[in-house]
Design a binder for this molecule. Sequence first.
Ligand code: XUL
Ligand code: CO
Length: 482
Amino acid sequence: MTYFPLPRGTISIFRTSTAKQLKGMINGGPPTCPANLESDCGDSDEWKGEFFPGIPKIKYEGPSSKNPLAFKWYNAEEVILGKKMKDWFRFSVAFWHTFRGTGADPFGAPTKNWPWEDGTNSVAMAKRRMRANFEFIDKLGVDWWCFHDRDIAPDGQTLEETNANLDEVVEFAKELQGSKIRPLWGTAQLFLHPRYMHGGATSSELGVYAYAAAQVKKAMEVTHYLGGENYVFWGGREGYQSLLNTDMGRELDHMARFLEAAVAYKKKIGFKGTLLIEPKPQEPTKHQYDWDAATTANFLRKYGLIGEFKLNIECNHATLAGHSCHHELETARLNDLLGNIDANTGDPQIGWDTDQFLTDIAEATMVMQSVVKNGGLAPGGFNFDAKLRRESTDVEDLFIAHISGMDTLARGLCNAAKIIEDGSLAELVRKRYASFDTELGALIETGKADFELLEKKALQWGEPKVPSAKQELAEMIFQSAL
Ligand code: XUL
Ligand code: CO
């Protein structure tokens, strides 16, 4: 996710703000809807009628449907490779993009003008927004949502006040969730507030480390209370800008101690969910410590934490690291670390984290090949860490974007199933390594072939015949499944 909050205190906002609105901005960050600043700061979460009037419950209508508010491929109950589509995916709505995304960028003010926003960051507004969230989830027909603590409730003047705000909104969310809907994961936002400018767990300042720990402790508690299935650590500022002023070894040690404390606290409160680390190479820091799946796996192994965590792989983070999403998923899977996917994509012509909804069917098919090989993601799932483009400003665009992302991944799943059932790609790969399906191959693969034995064989066989890798044939088989 990329956060581009409106610069605080732009003159026009302050001129038109009421005292309450100003308090909301100062305590909780920028308003979400400057176009509505003239409206009264609501002290009530009341909202008459539906938040999304005219939008029906989204249904499956099949590939020939032209209805933008219907699924063409995602058919929740359809069984693919022995599992219902909804169980392969466990789709989740990301509260921060869908309900706190403003469309602001470093050059421009917010563009989203959602009718339910009153321009404040009050607790009442947070509760009203929560009701919009659950109506959205219900109409979209998913069972999961994801949040940061500070997305859902505003900061207070003190940590106690902030925690009390969070408790009030969480209590309300718990009521609205009912028995079916739950967080896929929760997390703590340790990057927006200026106190975290040097990081949280890797801050050079001990007081900030303690504050970050207190915040994560509370975020773990509320995730557990809401019945969350996982808890995510994304090191928003856990990295460095310059090695000249950074003790990298000490910061990494601190991060490991922090995560150890999180594991201990998870056990203490009886949270059974998976702890997930979400790799990202840079942005906002120049170099984030959880660069990619391999770097994170090495970190976890070095500090003896490998059994306690899995990874949340985000496709746009993968491409920022110079990998494909498929590469990151396979690296995680082969290390038994694939826990969740933040489903989005980047733009090949843009060098930053654009968090777009996935629409590339070939990419979705590769993603789903990994997921199928992994046997699914549960207790993880697919979280749409994706946002509308700045220029998409209709409420229905929120639905269209999610429907399109779900349909793309559903097509990916159907294609992956076709490829598996057809078997020719697997056969091509099997044949490629067939020389190892021999007595000597078995000795090599079980670590029983020493250099003397291999030299004897090399001398005996002479120059080996090296067959074609058949890449174009592999691509042809793959393409024909799309
Ligand atoms: C940042 C990002 C975050 C994490 C949760 O790029 O992806 O939204 O998913 O903090
Ligand atoms: Co993410």
